[in-house]
Each structure stands twice: as C-alpha cells, then as structure tokens.
Design a binder for this molecule. Structure first.
Ligand code: MF3
Ligand code: CO
Ligand code: CO
Length: 299
C-alpha cells in the first residue's frame, strides 16, 4: 500500500476529525466525505500527489532538522583552501551519526552524498578534490532520509570575500525563494509561485533555469507535482493543505541556458555566468505555509 491518503475505510478514523470511526460518524450520518478528503483523493488519482498527514509532517520535519544542521556544519567549515570532497565527508558522517541516510548517494548513479555547485555550476555538481578559492560561491544541497522521510534543502555560500557579481546573484536567488514561499497558501496555484520568482528574477536582469524544477518530497526524493520557477498567475493546480514540496529556484546572472558536462550530472550556465540557488521543503497549511527545513538563509 502506498503511503498518503487514498480512501477512508469504514473502521478508519472519520476524516471530519471527530475522533469516531468513519462508520459511526459521517458515513452513518450520510454526510458526503468532507471536501478536503474528496480533493485529497482527486489529487492522488489525477495528479499522483500524496498529501501528508500530521505524523508524516513531523517525520519530514525531523529529517529537516538534520538538513538544517548539515548546512550549519558546512557554514562553519567553508573557507578558501578546503575541497568539496571534505564537505561531502563532513555531511555524510554527520548524517549517519544522526541515524539518517544521504539520499543523493547512489541515486540514479550519483556518486556522492551531497551536491556542491561552484560559480557557473547551476546544480548537481559532484564533490571532488577541487580546492575552494577566495571569492567562489558554492551551493551545497543536502537530502537526509530519516525513518523513511525525506527533507531537501540547499543554500549558496560565499567562500572568503565575495565580489559584486557574487553578492548580486546570491541575494537575488535568496529573494526569489522567499517570494516563492510567500505565495504558498490554499487558493493560490503553482503558477503563482513560478510567476513571483520569474518576475523578480527577470526584472532584476537575471534569468530562471527551466530544466530543473522543485518537486513534491517526503515519502520519496522526487514526487509529484513539479514546481516550476516560472509561470503565470493562476496557472497550474491549486495548493491543498498537506501538500509538501520544495521550491528551489536556480537563478543565472546571464542567460538561462545550460549544458550538462561529460559526467552526465554537472549542469553549467551556457554563457559561463554565475548561478545561485536556495531550496526549502515547504508544507501547505490551512492558512499558508510551514517551512520544514528552516535554515538561516544568510550567506
Ligand atoms: N537535491 C537535488 C534536488 O533538489 C537533487 C539531487 S539529485 C542527486 O532535487 F542525485 F544529484 F543527488
Ligand atoms: Co529538491
Ligand atoms: Co535539493
């Protein structure tokens, strides 16, 4: 049986929240399944979106704490002269020490436990023995699995003293994520999130990568829906309480186009311009959002 809300059995707790069995409550009263359950079933069937219940949310939040602490660890350690492999080892060991597993390791053949994306690398950079230089920007993306629950987060760091272009792209990428998250509430759609991000990035003279998107997360690494970081207001599916997905805009200082290196993972800007990214795992609540990977987004 897949996780998520599929159907309410006669002996299940009534979805109206009464605490009674379904058969003793709404089923008996002849009440239709509440609108929220009806739409949950629809979302599962039509869009393959599995809504998360309170227990699932707490599980993802616990995994999220390991994600946040991993990023904090990286923050303390990052400086000119260290390698991205060193950051990989650090997070790998920290993750295991906390009873979790790093989802990237061996995911579709990915060879390491985190992604480290330097300067013009957009995403999916592979940790290696390259030494970080003063003025580099590095995105570190972590995804711990704890008790079967996934949380996904990333942040772009400065190495030493950043130049003006680095300061600009990192602050715009950070703001894009913030504006995207602020659109998260029931009644809004996925398109509202994409529009807010694209509008800010493009009016700032930057561009939004389209080949990679945010995604549902929690039971698996990558679930439905896809969360594009561009779009039009009101387009796409409506957000429902219980949806958990990432928002992770990749913003380029130059044009949006990319290519993939020979390793089949590393995505770089085609024009060689700097690229920055921030990612959070976000829950849709009845009134708005709750961030399940609440890291400090200062660089
Ligand atoms: N963490 C990335 C994301 O935000 C995915 C990395 S896939 C990997 O979706 F294989 F490179 F780890
Ligand atoms: Co992600
Ligand atoms: Co990620």
């Amino acid at each position: 049986m897949k996780k998520g809300i599929h159907k309410v059995g006669r002996n299940d707790p009534c979805p109206c929240g009464s605490g009674l069995k379904y058969k003793k409550c709404c089923l008996k009263k002849g009440t239709e399944q509440p609108a929220s359950v009806h739409s949950a079933l629809q979302y599962a069937k039509r869009h393959n979106i599995l809504l998360k219940g309170p227990e699932d949310v707490e599980g993802i939040r616990q995994a999220g704490r390991i994600a946040v602490e991993s990023l904090n660890l990286v923050e303390k350690e990052i400086r000119p002269g260290i390698t991205t492999d060193h950051l990989n080892t650090l997070v790998h060991e920290f993750t295991l020490d906390n009873g979790a597993k790093p989802a990237p390791l061996n995911y579709r053949g990915f060879p390491k436990s985190i992604c480290t994306s330097i300067n013009e690398v957009i995403c999916h950079g592979i940790p290696e023995n390259r030494v970080l230089q003063d003025g580099d920007i590095v995105n570190v993306d972590v995804t711990p699995i704890l008790n079967g629950y996934y949380a996904d987060a990333n942040k772009t760091f400065f190495v030493g003293t950043p130049g003006p272009d680095a300061v600009k792209i990192v602050s715009i990428a950070r703001e894009c994520l913030k504006l995207g998250i602020e659109q998260v509430k029931p009644t809004n759609t996925l398109g509202d999130i994409g529009w807010a991000i694209q509008h800010y990035a493009e009016t700032s003279g930057c561009s939004v990568v389209r080949e990679f998107v945010g995604h549902g997360v929690g039971f698996e690494f990558h679930e439905a829906p896809q969360v594009t970081h561009y779009g039009r207001k009101g387009d796409g599916i409506r957000l429902l309480p219980g949806m958990v997905f990432t928002i992770e805009p990749m913003i380029n200082l130059g044009k949006r186009h990319l290519y993939i290196l020979e390793d089949n993972w590393t995505a770089v800007t085609r024009d060689g311009s700097l690229s920055a990214q921030f990612e959070q795992t976000v829950l849709v609540t009845d009134t708005g959002y709750d961030i399940l990977t609440p890291f400090d987004d200062a660089p």
